[in-house]
Write a protein that binds this ligand. Structure first.
Ligand code: HSE
Length: 308
């Protein structure tokens, strides 16, 4: 069974570890085949430049597949081939995409029929192997698709106003999610916490009511972003350029260095994308690759089934 899973954006500018969205860009693919030994093994990894671990206990895909088998109480074994379509350590949810595709392929291979939230929790074990902590804001949308709220090990799909467009700019610099998470302080002053949870609530309310002013006003991250931007080349220039070109809000995609802008309407989004890549080039000499589209990509899905 072959399954594909999309790029995802964690945090979505105001909801650290709580908001995530799938984008209809490049995908990772995993081919799952039955194996004799119980559990999951990696059979091959392509497109990673030899960088990802092939060790079953450390690869996000095999960890996720093994967690799926455990969740279903299935004693079988699976061998996985991982085809990377997403850049590594980029802020585009690369490890989550591999884990999500592996979870969905394994579920289908043995017709386990696990429900969505169980698959997400199993795939999240792969995320833990990759970055040391479980957070669902990449895995959740990588499996469920769309824009989701992640709360207490479950995901809740959020409505996406028709005119809402995302600009996602990949930056050709590596970021280590484990280190980026270690940079986030454990404590947040109460006044900041109060402002942040009001913003997350405002964002969700604005999506339901299509209140564009409230949506724009809600897009601030006081939790993680301030502690990460020093490690993100050109952040200030790109952020300023996006806002001047009419973005509703802009900031890091997940742990960065990729950046996200949310915009009203496709024309504004195209203009914001052009100005973000130009600002990055002027400030740093780096060539960013921008993608524009509605923030409601498809979640992990089976793309091919080969019968014996
Ligand atoms: N919520 C996670 C973080 C997303 O910001 O660390 C990582 O992609």
């Amino acid at each position: 069974v072959a399954a594909a899973a999309p790029s995802t954006v964690g945090n979505v500018l105001c909801g650290f570890d709580a908001l995530g969205m799938a984008v209809a860009g490049p995908e990772d693919r995993v081919v799952a085949r039955p194996a004799d030994a119980p559990g999951a093994v990696m059979d091959g990894i392509f497109g990673d430049g030899g960088e990802l671990p092939t060790d079953a206990d450390r690869n996000t895909a095999s960890v996720a597949a093994a967690a799926v088998l455990r969740a279903a109480g299935h004693a079988g074994g699976v061998a996985l081939e991982l085809h990377k379509g997403l850049p590594l350590a980029s802020g585009l949810g690369s490890s989550a995409a591999s884990a999500a595709a592996a979870a969905v392929a394994t579920d289908r291979l043995f017709d386990l029929g696990l429900d969505r939230d169980t698959l997400i929790r199993a795939a999240a074990e792969g995320e833990r192997a990759a970055c040391g902590a479980i957070h669902l804001d990449n895995i959740g949308p990588a499996i469920a698709g769309g824009l989701v709220l992640c709360r207490d090990h479950r995901v809740h799909p959020l409505p996406v106003p028709q005119d809402l467009h995302a600009v996602l700019m990949a930056v050709p610099v590596r970021s280590d999610t484990r280190r980026a998470r270690a940079a986030v302080p454990e404590q947040l002053p109460l006044s900041q916490a109060t402002a942040q949870w009001a913003d997350v609530a405002a964002f969700v309310h604005a999506l339901h009511t299509e209140d564009w002013d409230l949506l724009a006003a809600s897009l601030t991250d006081r939790v993680a972003e301030p502690h990460r931007i020093a490690a993100t080349p050109g952040f200030a220039a790109v952020h300023r350029a996006a806002m001047e070109a009419g973005a509703l809000g802009a900031g890091l995609s997940g742990a960065g260095p990729a950046m996200l802008a949310l915009c009203r309407g496709p024309e504004t989004a195209e203009a914001v994308a052009a100005t973000m890549t130009e600002a990055l080039r002027t400030a740093t000499g780096l060539r960013g690759e921008a993608w524009v589209g509605p923030p409601a990509g498809r979640g992990a899905h089976v793309v091919a089934v080969e019968e014996d």
